[in-house]
Design a protein around this ligand. Sequence first.
Ligand code: FEO
Length: 397
Amino acid sequence: MKKQVCEGIYWVGANEWSKSHFHGHELSIKHGTTYNSFFIDDEKKVVIDSVRDSKCDEWFKNIEEFCKIEELDILIVDHAEPDHSTAIPRLLERNPNIQIYVSNGGKISVSRFFPMAVNNLKVVKTGDSIKIGKRTLKFFEAQMLHWPDTMFTYSDTDKVLFSADAFGEHLSTSKLFNDEIDNEGLWYEAEKYFANILTLYSQPILKKIDAFLQLNWELKMIAPSHGIIWRDNPTQIVEKYIHWAKGECEGKAVIIFDTIWGGTEKMADAIGQGLAERGVHYKIFNAGSADMADVMTDLLGAKAIIMGSATRNNTVLPVIAAFLEETKGLKFRNKIGAAFGTYGWSGECIKRIEAGFAESGIEVVAEGVKSQFSPDEKDLLKCKELGHTIASKIKCK
Ligand code: FEO
């Protein structure tokens, strides 16, 4: 079935309905994903982005609704991560002379992944364009949205921006457009994508979006390489990216803990009560069972992170260490934090969490609360007071 984006442009990608993780096991994707690829039917036959090799037959079949694979003139690779590119070797087997347009960064990534494509590459940079018939395609290098190779391709006739992974989300649906699906789930997945993939690059992203907006390209649609096409108010996702990249937070808190015998969990609950008593919304996650990518999504919009662990082997429990490592890598902006936890005899949990916060750029704004073996009434009162303190810091920041 032909899936039309607008006159002369068609979706020829593939759905991934049942995958539960992406990037190996790193990122959970609870609603699958799509590998979006687009066919432009003009004097030149153009395809924008490819699919992963496991979906190559489906991709060929979709393209051949319009023309033979051997008749394609141009493949544009806006980003060469394997989910959008591992079908290229089979494309080259059938069409060895196809021209492949890439950015400077794309020349490196495509050459490294697919040495057999080197002689097909045509490098373009911001400001370059190609005439493919009645359309002109323009290019914009969008480094770090989210790889150095990422570029945007823009069809000036249709006012459609093909934005690679930027502005996309992992969501498999038979629909094409944002005005056709449940928007709550859509926004969650878009935020999850930003939180887990893009947060570290917030500063260059702000500069890059600013440079892009200065081009004043009219946008009727933004078509990322995953998920839905933004047709209704397409720039709303660009505005959200600016909001997230600036580290603008809501006045809410995330409490995350791991426990051995339940004491640290009781402390987490008491801190939550303290926050609630001061009118601050919070969520508690047990690090042992929580999905890290979902926690990072909540963290993106939260002002405070309060982390707790029992002490074991003179340090925090391993899952808490993993969460600290992830926050250190993502470098969330404008966050405040505090630590808590139980211990038996050495009690390094607070010190280790606070050191991790310092490396993550999270400002520690209250003294941590420690409890020996099991929290008593006094300890739980201190936890509640910690909740009060964090609430007041959230409100005055
Ligand atoms: Fe969807 Fe960065 O690849």
